[in-house]
Ligand binder design. Structure first.
Ligand code: FES
Length: 105
């Protein structure tokens, strides 16, 4: 199956709704928070759907917090299995500080 033939629940990816940050439709989206944990996983809280490369969903209980591997070592990818604790993974990223609105250059 070619990448452009993937589907989500029978609907081709090319026909999936996309809002690209349109604020008029963002309000309709559920709140999802992704936290990048120091030296560990991505923690995702909120209603989400995780799909494999063919568009098949992983079973994720509604309302359950999910942790996704970012160290590459998990045997249960895309989910974290705590291998990051023993494989030497190290990453503590920080979001850039917001631009100072009063310091026009
Ligand atoms: S981040 Fe936990 S196993 Fe990779």
């Amino acid at each position: 199956m070619a990448c452009d033939e993937r589907t989500v629940r029978g609907v081709p990816l090319t026909d999936q709704p996309r809002n690209h940050g349109d604020p008029t439709t963002m309000a309709d989206q559920p709140d999802v928070t992704i936290t990048v944990r120091d030296n560990a996983f991505y923690r995702i809280a909120g209603p989400i759907t995780i799909l494999d490369g063919e568009g098949n969903p992983f079973e994720v209980e509604a309302g359950k917090v999910v942790t996704l591997c970012r160290c590459g070592g998990s045997a249960t990818k895309p989910f974290c299995d705590s291998t990051h604790r023993t494989n030497g993974f190290s990453s503590a990223v920080r979001a850039p500080a917001p631009a100072d609105a009063g310091s026009a250059g």
